[in-house]
Ligand binder design. Structure first.
Ligand code: ZN
Length: 93
């Protein structure tokens, strides 16, 4: 049996990768130019403007407790830490 790939699907795939690549490049460039203003993202690059915020973490190196994030990503970061602390305290009891 011959598998016929949909040419439109291939173009779509190609464009998707192309834009993702451009997106990453834009992100790293922006991070380089404005390290204190570009959101570092939650689980991937985010090109939006962010603010410097204190996370709910206890790193000894105080600087590690800070991040630059936009509202949405910060919410996701905080939710994840809240869950991790929850698990941690449950493990202590
Ligand atoms: Zn963000």
């Amino acid at each position: 049996m011959k598998i016929i790939t949909n040419p439109l699907k291939s173009i779509d795939n190609y464009l998707h990768h192309y834009f993702q690549h451009t997106y990453y490049r834009t992100y790293f460039l922006l991070r380089k130019l404005f390290p204190k203003h570009i959101c570092q993202g939650y689980d991937g690059p985010c090109c939006r403007l962010g603010k410097r915020r204190r996370m709910n973490t206890q790193y000894l190196n105080e600087e590690s407790n800070w991040c630059v994030a936009c509202d949405d990503c910060f919410e996701a970061i905080e939710a994840e830490w809240a869950e991790r602390w929850d698990e941690y305290y449950r493990g202590c009891m």
